[in-house]
Write a protein that binds this ligand. Structure first.
Ligand SMILES: Nc1ncnc2c1ncn2[C@@H]1O[C@H](COP(=O)(O)OP(=O)(O)O)[C@@H](O)[C@H]1O
Ligand SMILES: [Mg+2]
Length: 533
C-alpha cells in the first residue's frame, strides 16, 4: 500500500518535472504566427484588405484627433504574382520619432486601448499585425515616413519585428526632407491577392466614404485603375470626449486591479475620481452597503470586501454615463455620404438618442436608400458600421444583421420571407457608435448581441422604415395613377371620335374636354399629390 503511493507520487513528480521543461512564456508574436486568422489575416485576399483597413482606420482616427480634414492616398502595385506593395499616406499629425518603431514593430502598443473614447482602433494591434504579416510573408521591412510639423524634418524608418521578444529592430533610420507639412506614409510588401467586388479593398473604401463624408480618399490599384472618393462635406465629426468607466460596466477582476493601482488614499475618493457619475453621496452609499469604512485604503481592501463592493455597486442607483463621449455621424451627414456614393431615388436617415449597455454609452444610426439604380430583384444589401468602420465579414454572426432580419419589413413596403433579409431595391446602413464596441472577436467583424443593442437597432430600423413606407406608398400610388392616365391618354383620340359620331357634336371640343378631365381632375398627372385616396 505504502509502496504504491510512493511510486505514484514519484511518477507524478517526475511527470510534472518533465512538463516543466516544456513550459515557457509564449510571446504575443508567436501567438500571432499561429493565430493570424484572429486578426483578419486568414488568407492572402483578406490580408491585403485588413492591411489597408488598419492603416486607413488609423489615418482617419489621427486626422480626427488633430481636427484636420483627411486626405488619404492609397496605392497598391503588384511586385510578383502573389506579392503586392502597398502604400498609405495621410495628412494627419504624424508620429513622434521615438514612438515610430514601437507603433509599427511591437504588437499590442497603442494610444487607444486605455481610453474610453470613440475611435476606430481599440487594441493597439492593428498596424503592427499588418507589418508582422508583411515581414513573415516576404521578409521585407516596413517603411515609415512621418513628419509632425511644418518646421520639423521627416523621420524615415525601416523596421523589423523580433518575433521572440516582440520588440522592434531598426534596419534603417534617417532624417529626410518631405514636402508635406505633416503626416504619415507607410509602405509594406506582402503576400496577397487583389480582387474587386464583394469584400474587396475598393468596396471597403467606398463604404468608408459613405460613413466618413468629410474624408477624401484617393486610390490607385495594381491595374492602374484610379478611383477617387471626394469629400461631400467640410464638416468634421463631433470631437468626442474621453470618459471614465461607469461603475455598472466594471468587472470584478478589473475593480480589484483598479483598487490596487489607484493613487487615491480613500475608498470614497477612489470611487469618486476613477469612475463617471459617482458623487460623494453615491460613493458613501456604496461603501455603506458594502459594509466598508469610506476612509479605508483602496490597496488594503481584501478580496471578500471587493466582492461586497462589487455587489453594492450593482445595488446602488447611479446616473447613466455621460454621452459627450459619442460621435454619431448625424442624420444630415449620413444622407450626404449616401447621396454621393449610392444612386437612389429616395434617402432617409435617423440617429437614435444615446443608450447604455454594461455601463458603456452607445448610439445607433440607420440610413436607407431606395429605388434608382439599386437592384430590385434581390435581397436588400445591409452595410454595417462600428465607429464609422465598415464591417464586411461575418454578417451572419452580427447583431445588426439579426436585428434587420427580425424587423417586419412588409410593414414598410419591402417584401420579406420568414427568417430572411428583406428584398427590394433598397440599401440599409446601420451604424453603432460606442466607447467600447463589443466585437465577437479580435478581428472586429461582428457586434455581439447584447439585448440593449439589438433593441436599439430595431427601434432605429423601424423609425427609418416608417419614412420609407410613406415614400413607397406615395410613389407606388403615383406611378399606378400615372400608368392609368397614360392608358387613358392613348385612347382619347379614338374615344373623342366615337363620342362625336354618337352625339353628332364636334370632335375637337370633346377631345379638349377629355384632355382637360385627364390633366385637371387627375391632379397626379400634374405632379400633385392626390390626397383623397
Ligand atoms: N497614421 C497615423 N498617424 C498618427 N498616429 C498613428 C497612425 N497610425 C498609428 N498611429 C498611432 O499608433 C497607435 C497604434 O496603432 P494600431 O496598432 O493600429 O492600434 P490602435 O489603432 O488599435 O490603437 C495608435 O493608437 C496611434 O496612436
Ligand atoms: Mg488601429
Amino acid at each position: 500500500m505504502v509502496q504504491t503511493r510512493l511510486t505514484n507520487n514519484k511518477k507524478k513528480g517526475s511527470r510534472a518535472e518533465e512538463l516543466a521543461k516544456e513550459q515557457r512564456a509564449i510571446s504575443v508574436s508567436e501567438f500571432f504566427l499561429k493565430n493570424r486568422h484572429l486578426l483578419g489575416f486568414d488568407n492572402p485576399r483578406k490580408a491585403l484588405l485588413t492591411t489597408i483597413k488598419e492603416a486607413v482606420d488609423n489615418s482617419l482616427d489621427a486626422c480626427e484627433d488633430m481636427r484636420v480634414l483627411p486626405e488619404i492616398d492609397i496605392k497598391i502595385s503588384q511586385a510578383s504574382e502573389e506579392r503586392f506593395k502597398v502604400m498609405i499616406e495621410d495628412n494627419g499629425p504624424g508620429i513622434v520619432k521615438e514612438q515610430i518603431p514601437k507603433i509599427f514593430a511591437k504588437l499590442l502598443y497603442g494610444s487607444k486601448f486605455h481610453k474610453l473614447k470613440c475611435s476606430r482602433g481599440q487594441q493597439g494591434i492593428g498596424i503592427s499585425a499588418a507589418a508582422l504579416y508583411a515581414q513573415l510573408t516576404t521578409g521585407k521591412p516596413t517603411r515609415i515616413m512621418s513628419k509632425t510639423g511644418q518646421n520639423s524634418k521627416a523621420h524615415y524608418y525601416e523596421l523589423h519585428l523580433n518575433t521572440k521578444t516582440n520588440d522592434p529592430e531598426i534596419i534603417k533610420e534617417e532624417v529626410r526632407e518631405w514636402e508635406k507639412d505633416h503626416g504619415t506614409k507607410i509602405e509594406m510588401e506582402m503576400e496577397g491577392r487583389y480582387h474587386k467586388g464583394k469584400l474587396s479593398v475598393l468596396e471597403f473604401l467606398q463604404l468608408t466614404a459613405i460613413s466618413n463624408p468629410h474624408a477624401t480618399i484617393k486610390f490607385k490599384g495594381p491595374d492602374d485603375e484610379i478611383k477617387e472618393f471626394i469629400r461631400g462635406t467640410e464638416e468634421l465629426p463631433v470631437d468626442a470626449k474621453e470618459i471614465k468607466p461607469h461603475p455598472y460596466g466594471v468587472e470584478l477582476g478589473i475593480l480589484i486591479s483598479m483598487l490596487k493601482d489607484t493613487r487615491q488614499k480613500t475608498l470614497q475618493s477612489f470611487l469618486q475620481s476613477e469612475f463617471s457619475r459617482v458623487s460623494a453621496k453615491v460613493a458613501k452609499e456604496i461603501c455603506q452597503k458594502a459594509g466598508i469604512f469610506e476612509r479605508a485604503r483602496p490597496s488594503r481592501i481584501a478580496r471578500n470586501e471587493a466582492d461586497n463592493l462589487f455587489s453594492s455597486i450593482k445595488a446602488t442607483k447611479i446616473m447613466a454615463p455621460p454621452t459627450n463621449c459619442l460621435s454619431p455621424i448625424g442624420e444630415e451627414q449620413m444622407l450626404k455620404g449616401m447621396k454621393k456614393e449610392v444612386d437612389a431615388e429616395f434617402y432617409a436617415s435617423i440617429t437614435r438618442r444615446p443608450n447604455v449597455y454594461r455601463g458603456n454609452p452607445f448610439q445607433i444610426e440607420v440610413a436607407i436608400a431606395y429605388g434608382g439604380t439599386l437592384p430590385g430583384d434581390s435581397l436588400v444589401k445591409v452595410i454595417r458600421y462600428a465607429n464609422r468602420v465598415p464591417l464586411q465579414h461575418q454578417a451572419g454572426a452580427c447583431s445588426i444583421t439579426k436585428s434587420v432580419i427580425q424587423t417586419a419589413w412588409r410593414n414598410y413596403g419591402l417584401s420579406q420571407s420568414r427568417g430572411a433579409l428583406p428584398a427590394g431595391p433598397a440599401l440599409i446602413m446601420v451604424h453603432m457608435d460606442s466607447v467600447w464596441v463589443p466585437f465577437t472577436s479580435e478581428s472586429k467583424e461582428a457586434i455581439a448581441s447584447y439585448p440593449e443593442i439589438v433593441k436599439e437597432v430595431k427601434m432605429a430600423l423601424q423609425e427609418c422604415g416608417r419614412k420609407l413606407a410613406t415614400h413607397i406608398r406615395q410613389v407606388v400610388r403615383k406611378r399606378e395613377q400615372l400608368k392609368k392616365a397614360g392608358l387613358f391618354n392613348a385612347y382619347i383620340k379614338e374615344l373623342a371620335s366615337s363620342l362625336a359620331e354618337l352625339s353628332g357634336d364636334e370632335k375637337g371640343p370633346i377631345q379638349d374636354d377629355l384632355n382637360h378631365y385627364l390633366t385637371q381632375k387627375l391632379p397626379l398627372v400634374n405632379g400633385e399629390k392626390n390626397g383623397k385616396n
